[in-house]
Ligand binder design. Structure first.
Ligand code: SF4
Ligand code: SF4
Ligand code: FES
Length: 252
């Protein structure tokens, strides 16, 4: 690695420009060495893991989506130079560092129960029925440490066991279903699917239907938006684009 490096934001901008536009390598000042599945590659410094791997020649067909940390597709496992810890994160949100050992986890094969929430009991037994392995939780907190969203994963699993649908829903709300908690769990619990069941049940039974939603559903049933919908269906792509661009926006 080069000494006297340029400021971080300049390096990130330069590296990303290099990766996306194919700028001549001689114009890039800072380089690092990363190891992808054991093989060494020299890439511009300060790229994300995802972009660094692409720069090295990997093409992602699966295991990538939004590139913004929302879709949960780019789960990654890495170890930093001189560190015994195996770490987890989202490849599009984690900066590649010199000496990193990397591998992508594009998919976690996980059990996903099928159920009809209108026929399920609104109590803790629903989790035991569909995901009995939750009772095997040993409270090791490994899932929490693995979560790139910094969620209290162990706490929401415990909330499921207690049948605390509200606490589970609140604690798991920002889950992006990346699967990293599940692949580290010694009890082989699929935390995110447990949470999804809990949130669905809470939405159906715990919260009730809000008044504004009830009103809007009634308006739709009465045909209040029928004319507008028919107009939109007939629009060209350009007209739709204009409607979208000119739409009323929520204040930022
Ligand atoms: S990793 Fe598994 S066993 Fe450990 S706290 Fe999380 S859910 Fe429980
Ligand atoms: S709870 Fe699990 S699946 Fe959800 S974001 Fe955290 S690690 Fe990913
Ligand atoms: S690509 Fe969507 S979270 Fe990384």
């Amino acid at each position: 690695m080069q000494e006297n490096r340029s400021p971080i934001m300049d390096r990130i901008a330069e590296a990303n420009k290099a990766a996306t536009t194919g700028i001549d390598a001689k114009d890039i000042k800072d380089w690092i060495t990363i190891y992808i599945m054991g093989k060494a590659y020299t890439v511009p410094a300060d790229l994300t893991i995802l972009t660094a791997m692409e720069y090295a020649g990997y093409k992602f067909v699966r295991g990538v989506g939004c590139r913004q940390g929302f879709c949960g597709a780019c789960a990654t496992v890495f170890r930093k130079k001189g560190d015994y810890k195996l770490q987890t994160g989202m490849a599009c949100q984690t900066r590649a560092e010199d000496g990193m050992y990397l591998v992508q986890i594009p998919f976690s094969p996980a059990e996903k129960a099928e159920y009809d929430i209108t026929k399920e009991p609104y109590e803790a037994s629903v989790f035991i029925k569909h995901y009995p392995e939750v009772t095997r939780c040993v409270s090791c907190n490994t899932c929490t440490k693995a979560c790139p969203q910094d969620l209290e994963v162990m706490d929401y699993v415990q909330a499921a066991i207690r049948g605390a649908f509200d606490a589970l829903s609140e604690a798991s709300f920002d889950c992006i279903q990346c699967g990293l908690c599940a692949i580290r769990c010694p009890a082989e619990i699929v935390q995110y699917n447990v949470a999804q069941l809990g949130r669905r049940m809470y939405g159906r039974y715990g919260q009730g239907v809000p008044e504004h939603l009830r009103k809007r559903v009634k308006e739709i049933a009465e045909g209040k938006f029928k004319k507008d919908m028919e107009k939109i269906i007939k629009c060209s792509i350009e007209e739709l684009r204009k409607i979208y661009t000119d739409r009323e926006k929520e204040p930022e």
